[in-house]
Structures are given as C-alpha cells and as structure tokens.
Design a binder for this molecule. Structure first.
Ligand SMILES: *Cc1c(COP(=O)(O)O)cnc(C)c1O
Length: 229
C-alpha cells in the first residue's frame, strides 16, 4: 500500500483518480465494507480550474478545499457549469469566515472551538443552510494543530448539541505526520462510537486504505489524485 501510494504521488497522471478508486474498492472488499459507505473527497486545494475540470469530467463530484477564500475564487464558476458538486471545507475556519463558509460549503470538517460553534449556529439559522458538520479531534495533541483534545471531546460534542443546537455528523482527524496513523484512526472511531456519531473523516493520500480499515466514511485525498502541490 505504501509503495503504491508513493508511486501514484510521483507520477500524477490522469490515472490518479482511477488508482485511488481501485484502492478504495480493494480496502472496502478486504474489510467487508460496502463501497457506498466511503465518500471520496478529492482535495483540490492549490489546483486551478483547468486541473480540476478533467476530474469532474471523469465523474467525481465531491471536492475538498482548505481555504474559504481560495474556494470562493474557484468554485462558483465550476459549479455553475457542473451541477451536483458537493464541496467540503477541510481546513481551519475562522469565525469571521463562517458566513461565507456556510454559504458555499456542503460540509465543514473543522469545528473545534466554541467561537466557531456560535458563528456557525448563527449563520445556519440566518441562511437556512445546514452543512454537514464534523468535529476535529487533535488525536496527537499537537500544539500547532487545530482540533479538540481527545479528553475534551465528549464535553465539546455535547456542548455543540446542547448549547449551540448544532447537529454534529461525525469526527475528523489528521494524525501526526511522523507517527503510524492506525492508533489515531482507532481513537477517533472510539470517541465517535461512544458519542453516537456515525461519520469519520480520516485518511489522506498516504493512509486512506488504513483509515477505511478503521471505519472511515470520508477519505480526503489530494496529491494521489492531482499530483504534488
Ligand atoms: C491537504 C489535505 C488533505 C489531502 O492531503 P494529501 O496528502 O494530498 O492527500 C487531507 N486533509 C486535509 C485536512 C488537508 O489539508
């Protein structure tokens, strides 16, 4: 798996998406999962419309971006010619961008503090749009990384629901780059299970097959599809 992914990353040909699809199908088969239980989010950050268009043309409809401003500059034009695009915000969100984020995105993976909950609740109410929400868990407790510490997760998820009236759909994690991802995926799955959350956003180009093994419902794959950034 590791060598296959490295090969895909080194040779970012139009076959990238096909290779990723194949690997997802294989991971689902090997773990007794239905392919339909895993959503592939094609992470198009830093890539321009001319790189994204062929991926849309091949049938991919779900995309991920990590910056609100970049997504706003790129996607409305693409969406106007390609119906059915589903856009996920996978990067950090600032409260002052909540309005734009709720207007543009169908899912937000980076709910991680009370000020964001408050801003999202306000925008969801005033815009009448309900993006799917994920709470980001900082499973490695890395100081530079966004997300709720594992030991604070239960209380934060409860506050999202009870204090802010937000419907939380699942959890998201980004394991530390220098560690084996499996324990981080397992921890995220465990926190989700005990909080009654069924969606798990985990797994990137290097480790999405492992994430599927640990129950990922959403894998966020960029470079294996689009090439190096
Ligand atoms: C960039 C990014 C990805 C995709 O990473 P690749 O290694 O290119 O697949 C996934 N998740 C998040 C949060 C990202 O910022």
């Amino acid at each position: 798996m590791a060598s296959e992914t490295a090969e895909t990353v080194n040779a970012p040909l139009p076959g990238g998406l096909a290779a990723v699809e194949q690997e997802i199908a294989r991971a689902c088969r090997e773990n007794g999962r239905d392919r339909a239980s895993v959503t592939l989010i094609a992470v198009s950050k830093t890539f321009e419309a001319d790189a994204i268009a062929p991926v849309i043309a091949s049938g991919q409809r779900v995309f991920g971006e990590n910056r609100v401003q970049e997504a706003k500059a790129k996607w409305p034009a693409l969406m106007s010619v390609h119906p059915g695009i589903v856009l996920h915000l996978i990067g950090p969100l600032q409260s002052n961008k909540a309005k734009e984020a709720v207007a543009l995105f169908d899912a937000i993976h980076s709910v991680d503090r009370p000020s964001i909950c408050e801003a999202l609740a306000k925008e969801i109410k005033s815009q009448g749009r309900r993006p799917q929400l994920f709470v980001q868990i900082n499973t490695g407790e890395e100081p530079q990384k966004a997300g709720i510490a594992p030991q604070d997760a239960d209380a934060f998820i409860a506050a999202c629901r009870d204090k802010y009236g937000l419907e939380i759909s699942g959890l998201m994690c980004i394991p530390p780059v220098d560690q084996a991802p499996a324990p981080h995926f397992a921890l995220t799955a465990k926190i989700a299970a005990r909080n009654g959350l069924k969606n798990l956003s985990m797994g990137m180009s290097a480790d999405f097959a492992t994430a599927i093994q640990f129950g990922a419902t959403h894998v966020r794959v960029g470079s294996a599809i689009f090439g190096h950034r």
